[in-house]
Design a protein around this ligand. Structure first.
Ligand code: FER
Length: 261
């Protein structure tokens, strides 16, 4: 069951966190959400890395309507989850000027080492994080999901929690979840085997990425010694869900409270 976000969660919260920008040397800045009370407190927080869809930027989620921030504020205020830091970087290097899907695919590949070697250490130096994999999660929408699958395969030393949203794994090439579902599932299986992780994949039945992601997820069910559905792996499909930020927000509302436990 993918619950709808209660109306009140989208209204401004009396106990709201704040957004700031983190400058990353020789790279594009990230948007950072700091929870209510962060500035007065001393308690370290878990960190969720959140990646936008193709053509987007760090503010694709934290857009001017404020709805995503309001939702996070309420989730923390109402105790759905502990206060957490959300870091929204971009996989586009400075000067990016939109060159289509092939460019995005390259950018996402190049981004892995930048995130692991540059962004995460800087975030841990700059904020009161818990610098351990059990307290780091990553999720992303569409092209950001492609990046999240790469993080699952290359970043298990840094992350425990993974939330690919409406996007497949491109380790076997563009739209590999559709074109090579079994090989894709097998490769992910081989790389994560023997490691601890928690994976919640969400999408919608009417999402344009559904035909790409679903075959991969069905193939992953065959590797049940590694992907134990209902335990370390969860797959949720919203009936009627489409490829856009409002439905993606709803997926995050449902899945994020499962993280960092
Ligand atoms: C998908 C994975 C990524 C997909 C689309 C994307 C339609 C990205 C698209 C873009 O960034 O334009 O499965 O399916």
């Amino acid at each position: 069951m993918i619950r709808p976000i209660p109306e009140e969660y989208l209204k401004e919260c009396a106990h709201g966190g704040r957004l700031e920008e983190l400058q990353i040397p020789d790279y594009s800045p990230a948007a950072v959400y700091l929870p209510f009370g962060y500035d007065d407190g001393d308690r370290p927080c878990s960190t969720f890395y959140l990646l936008h869809g193709g053509g987007g930027n760090p503010y694709s989620f934290f857009s001017e309507d404020g709805l995503f921030k309001n939702m996070l504020d309420h989730m923390i205020d109402k105790g759905d989850m502990d206060p957490l830091i959300v870091v929204a970087p971009t996989y586009y290097p400075p000067g990016y000027s939109g060159k289509g899907i092939a460019y995005s695919a390259e950018a996402v590949k190049d981004f892995g080492p930048i995130m692991m070697e540059k962004i995460i250490p800087l975030v841990d130096q700059s904020y009161r994080t818990v610098p351990e994999r059990r307290h780091r999660g990553i999720g992303g929408f569409s092209m950001g999901a492609v990046a999240t699958w790469y993080a699952l395969m290359a970043g298990l030393d840094l992350f425990h929690w993974f939330m690919p949203l409406s996007g497949d794994c491109w380790i076997c090439g563009e739209i590999g979840g559709n074109k090579h579902p079994r090989q894709t599932a097998g490769l992910i299986c081989d790389t994560v085997q023997g490691r601890e992780f928690y994976l919640h994949v969400l999408t919608g039945s009417e999402d344009i990425a559904f035909p790409n992601l679903d075959p991969q997820m069905q193939a992953m069910k065959e590797f049940r010694h590694v992907f134990v559905f209902g335990k370390n792996t969860h797959y949720s499909v919203l009936k009627g869900g489409v490829h856009d930020y409002p439905d993606i927000r709803r997926y995050i509302f449902n899945a994020l409270p499962e993280f960092f436990r």
